[in-house]
Design a binder for this molecule. Sequence first.
Ligand code: FE
Ligand code: FE
Ligand code: ZN
Length: 280
Amino acid sequence: MIYIGCHLSVTNGYEAMGKTMLDFGGNTFAYFTRNPRGGKSKDIIPEDAGALNALCKKNRFGPLVAHGSYTMNLCAANPSTRSNGLEMFAKDMERMKLFENTFYNFHPGAHTGQGAGKGIELIADALNRTLTPDVKTVVLLETMAGKGSEVGKNFEELREIIDRVTSYAEIGVCFDTCHVWDAGYDVVNDLDGVLTHFDDVIGLDRLYAVHFNDSKNPCGSHKDRHEKLGEGYIGMEGMKRIALHPALQGKPFILETPNDDSGYIREIHTVLGWMDNTNP
Ligand code: FE
Ligand code: FE
Ligand code: ZN
């Protein structure tokens, strides 16, 4: 089995998200650690974080997946953009100490003209500076679609970042199905091949979470436009095969599809239905 849930808004607090996900029928979720565009964050009330931890434990939720801000660019050429990113990252790692069983995933960064090699170097430097021994959170690099100057557009770039991390922290990968498809990995016709390649380059033991999205564009388009399950180029059969793949069992699957609440509830139940039909 996999854990299934969707991205939720943190507006009403942390325990409130847990309750929402119970209502939705899922058993994991994701949220932005701060406003996705602006980068500001509300102070977390420790009691609220504790209540969420208890709710997740009681209801046997899978790991949650907190998402770093889109404005956090750890390899920006502009020094003030990069130092803002470093500050956000450090604050997020501090905040994550309040949460149990939660991964922290983020977009590795955009090298903004410096070249992928320099981007990789700067991202690894940021990880080494920030992931001090007191940080226990597992940090996940997200697989990217390769739009603009995004770093992480192939498994090799992610491997290079991981190889340069000398801190003791556990670095994993969040496998975004829309992004890998858009990056040119054919998860529809060769899912086994893509996951074998992932295993060869990065290692499947580093695949901690999945962003479960269909794509509005064909394989290799480098666009990054998410689509509802079954309404995009990956298609319902393709999505189902990913959810049921043996290598991905036990992972949290997070929907980041363009949906309102009722759409998310429908997709969560679609995925739960696939699992029911495979468990005799
Ligand atoms: Fe993301
Ligand atoms: Fe994603
Ligand atoms: Zn995306």
